[in-house]
Ligand binder design. Sequence first.
Ligand code: HEC
Length: 122
Amino acid sequence: MNINFASYLPEEQKMKQRIFALAPIFSILLPSPLAAQSADPSIGRHLAEKQCSVCHKIGASAPGDKTPVAPSFTDISRMPSANELSLKVFLRSSHPKMPNIILSPEEIDSVASFIVGLKEKK
Ligand code: HEC
């Protein structure tokens, strides 16, 4: 006698089985939102402290205002033209008054998100 046990399962349980069967496929197809997010403002802050604070005041309580040769990052974040994209573009190109600091694309994203984040802190 050929008993199909699956047909005895309640409908709901069958549905769950199907979802679990598909889960590994989805996890391969869809990149994890966490993994895709490479911009980390806390890394950006750390980079800014090391690389930018010589010239820029990088935060309210951060060192760097001894030599105010450059606008503070808080002021930059409040400029109407400053957004994550314009900062990334700025940091990928070279500038006469700024040394060409070599940052990886991930580092640029993090520094940009750090600067943009300063805007909200009053
Ligand atoms: C050697 C000094 C120096 C260092 C180091 C430096 N900057 Fe600057 N930066 C300047 C000066 C000077 C200006 C103003 C440029 C101007 O007025 O044309 C400036 C301007 C800027 C601006 C504003 C651009 C605008 O549209 O007005 C941004 C954004 C910026 N810097 C980001 C950074 C970041 C991020 C770092 C670190 C990765 C950094 N800078 C490191 C000197 C520096």
